[in-house]
Write a protein that binds this ligand. Structure first.
Ligand code: HEM
Length: 183
């Protein structure tokens, strides 16, 4: 997994908890890489999973909630770092349908060793998209946070439902809604 994911995760932990919590997670999980992550490095995906599990134990926040919160944070950072991908799309659905063919394709050009998921999209009606996610890393909780926050960047709100497929894929049904689900 690319180092940018690790540096953004630890940045969020520092902001939301403390620098001590960052040190504690690295000490507690003894990552084989040593834990001195750089944005352009590549590290074992298992290291971030171990840190999320350790953070869950320390914070009492469930792993799926931590990953969705991290996904929301990452979407905001991607918007700051790579605004062009957002400018190219007219709404959340055209943005989501560009993940595979445009966004992650560019990521792969920059980082040929990137471990990226696959997405297949189809519109079910004007306000509903089915987005099928496939990845051996099963980071669908992260994807939910990314999708929700990206919609907000387009000034839209979506409700995301998901269902697991027998082949290991996860199907998201992304529905445009008038107000945030929590309102
Ligand atoms: C400008 C927008 C985006 C950029 C620049 C971007 C870039 C990246 C990068 C650099 C990685 C790490 C690859 C690796 O670790 O080797 C990644 C992974 C990932 N991306 Fe994106 N991404 C973007 C938008 C999205 C969106 C909107 C989604 C949500 C559906 C998404 C879903 C994921 C997931 C779930 C992963 C984790 C790896 C996996 O599941 O296998 N990305 N992305």
């Amino acid at each position: 997994m690319k180092g940018v994911v690790f540096t953004e995760f630890l940045g969020l932990v520092e902001e939301a908890f403390s620098a001590d919590m960052v040190d504690d997670l690295i000490d507690a999980t003894s990552p084989p890489s040593g834990g001195a992550y750089t944005a352009v490095g590549t590290y074992d995906h298992a290291e971030i999973v171990a840190m999320v599990v350790a953070l869950s134990a320390r914070s009492g926040i469930a792993v799926p909630d931590l990953l969705a919160t991290f996904g929301r944070h990452l979407a905001g950072r991607f918007h700051e770092l790579y605004p062009v991908f957002f400018e190219r799309a007219s709404d959340i659905f055209s943005f989501l349908s560009s993940i595979d063919d445009v966004i992650h394709a560019e990521v792969r050009k920059l980082y040929p060793d990137a471990a990226l998921p696959q997405f297949e999209d189809r519109m079910l009606d004007d306000d509903v998209m089915e987005l099928v996610y496939r990845s051996p890393r099963r980071m669908d909780d992260l994807a939910v946070g990314l999708i929700e926050r990206c919609a907000e960047i387009f000034g839209e709100w979506v409700a995301v439902e998901r269902s697991a497929r027998p082949d290991g894929a996860v199907a998201f049904v992304v529905r445009r809604v008038a107000e945030p689900a929590s309102a």
